[in-house]
Design a protein. Structure first.
Length: 260
């Protein structure tokens, strides 16, 4: 178990490799382990780091509900503790929203920005949040995860991928999931997109139902110079369902932004 002390909490992280840092931020229904195939791939030529938010994975539970700004601050302070002054930042789903908060707050810390299966503002946020909170009134996290997979994964996701995604979500503390869901789904960065001036890649799974292609187009059109890639044969967790495709487009993008 690798943890660092950030303020009042121990924050979990996974790290491999040396060189330019690339930092991976997970979604609301997963933890840093969902980035294992990316950490393994990118650590061949870079310093690859995946971080757990408070209340997730190996991080301590927070004794209070956290908002996007506080989550971003924990991530930034964790990077400071790891002596990472600037990094390529890759955020999926909630991780993308946290990455948007970071780039709006401290753009100098971002060498490049990858926004995967995420949004600037979600048109159906209120309904998604209400359905999740209602379901969790009676369901365990495992039951919720099992019910959620039809929306999270592509229709033809292999059984082992489905099992991995369920096990990862089932481990999440229910209260942490509830405040994290509220933090992510209520995000609105539409007015900030035109101010983003770092190299940006937008990625979306071909079968992503939760954050579909229309939201990816909104990000791409709002951020000057941003590019868009669709990951085939993948749903909302595109890095898990098609890691080879995800790694290929991310590698090409990051390599084009500067030296390896």
């Amino acid at each position: 178990m690798a943890v660092i002390k950030v303020g009042d909490l121990n924050i979990g992280y996974r790290e491999r490799g040396k060189g330019e840092p690339i930092v991976f931020l997970h979604g609301v229904g997963s933890d840093k382990e969902l980035w294992d195939k990316q950490v393994a791939h990118f650590s061949d030529s870079r310093r690859a780091v995946a971080i757990d938010y408070p209340g997730y994975g190996e991080s301590d539970l927070s004794d209070r509900d956290l908002g996007r700004e506080e989550i971003a601050r924990y991530v930034l302070e964790a990077l400071e503790q790891l002596e990472i002054n600037a990094a390529h930042v890759v955020g999926l789903s909630m991780g993308g929203v946290v990455a948007l908060e970071i780039v709006c707050r401290e753009a100098a810390r971002i060498m490049s920005l990858t926004l995967a299966d995420t949004f600037a503002k979600h048109h159906d946020a209120k309904a998604i949040l209400e359905r999740a909170h209602k379901a969790l009134e009676t369901m365990s996290m495992r039951e919720f995860a099992e019910a959620r997979m039809s929306a999270v994964l592509s229709p033809h996701a292999p059984k082992e991928i489905r099992r991995e995604a369920i096990e990862n979500m089932a481990r999440i503390d229910k209260r942490s999931y509830q405040w994290a869901a509220r933090a992510v789904w209520t995000g609105d960065y539409l007015a900030e997109l035109s101010n983003i001036a770092v190299p940006t890649l937008v990625v979306v799974g071909e079968y992503d139902q939760l954050t579909p292609l229309s939201l990816a187009h909104q990000l791409r059109s709002g951020i000057r110079g941003a590019s868009l890639e669709v990951i085939p044969d993948a749903g909302h967790i595109s890095n898990l369902e098609n890691p080879a495709g995800f790694n290929k487009v991310l590698e090409a993008f990051i390599s084009a932004t500067g030296k390896v």
